[in-house]
Design a protein around this ligand. Structure first.
Ligand code: IPE
Ligand code: IPE
Ligand code: MG
Length: 233
């Protein structure tokens, strides 16, 4: 892997927590807890090697279909994680943002998210975007509505790619050069549908709680071997 030629933006679908736990005879929640630890170590590593943006899929608009106990245990883990990160942010120098509609989340979680974002404005290290109640289709529909409003207000250019992108949660952030999906599935599951137009897609059978620095190095090395043509020759 060439540390001088890193992608600016890496996105990860953190999948496989449930199967990791099942393999060990543990409740699925244990897999989510272990997955949160993996996230912490991978985010720290990305910051150390100089990745500018890391976007992770934590909870999709479809994940509400899961049993209520699993959803609430994921939400509790998120609260715990955010409380701890608020204390560590100064030391870690990471900036956090959230993609997704946070209004259906608990008031406590919303408050923690708002506090995290507020503190984040003071930092300029690696920017970590956490996709929470995020869905690519939902994001595109919201952007389309904003463009339509702008068009109705007289902006004839409201439907350009630039204006459209500026109405996405990822406004101002370059598209991810690579999307990594651990857990063995080869699909995007409604993740970054607009932004992934030219992303390199890397799939691995490793389950997210087992995902290590070596695994991300392998993914980056694979990415560095790709020839990106963007439709040209
Ligand atoms: C990803 O792991 C975490 C979330 C979707 C919240 P899963 O819970 O989907 O784990 P598997 O795919 O069932 O193993
Ligand atoms: C995608 O994983 C969502 C997250 C990792 C947060 P899922 O486990 O929900 O995806 P499917 O159901 O296998 O497509
Ligand atoms: Mg899954």
């Amino acid at each position: 892997m060439d540390f001088d030629n890193l992608p600016r933006h890496i996105a990860i679908i953190m999948d496989g927590n449930g199967r990791w736990a099942k393999k060990r005879g543990l409740p699925r929640t244990a897999g989510h807890a272990e997955g949160a630890e993996t996230f912490r170590s991978i985010a720290t590593y990305c910051k150390e090697i100089g990745i500018e943006y890391l976007t992770v899929y934590a909870f999709s608009t479809e994940n509400w279909k899961r049993p209520a106990e699993e959803v609430s245990s994921i939400m509790n883990l998120l609260e715990k994680y955010l409380c701890e990160s608020i204390e560590r942010m100064e030391r870690d120098n990471v900036k956090m943002k959230f993609f997704g509609d946070i209004t259906p989340l608990s008031p406590k979680l919303r408050q923690l998210i708002e506090r995290t974002c507020e503190i984040s404005t003071h930092y300029d290290g690696c920017q970590v975007n956490i996709c929470l109640n995020y869905g690519g289709r939902d994001e595109i529909l919201r952007a389309a509505k904003l463009c339509a409003e702008s068009y109705a207000a007289g902006n004839a250019d409201a439907f350009s790619e630039d204006v459209f992108s500026s109405n996405l949660w990822s406004a101002g952030i370059p598209d991810p050069e690579i999307i990594i999906r651990p857990g063995g599935e080869k699909r995007l599951s409604n993740f970054l549908l607009w932004q992934s137009a030219y992303s390199e897609l890397y799939f691995t059978d490793t389950l997210w709680p087992d995902f290590s620095k070596e695994d991300i190095n392998c993914a980056i090395a694979w990415f560095q071997g790709r020839e990106r043509r963007f439709g040209g020759i």
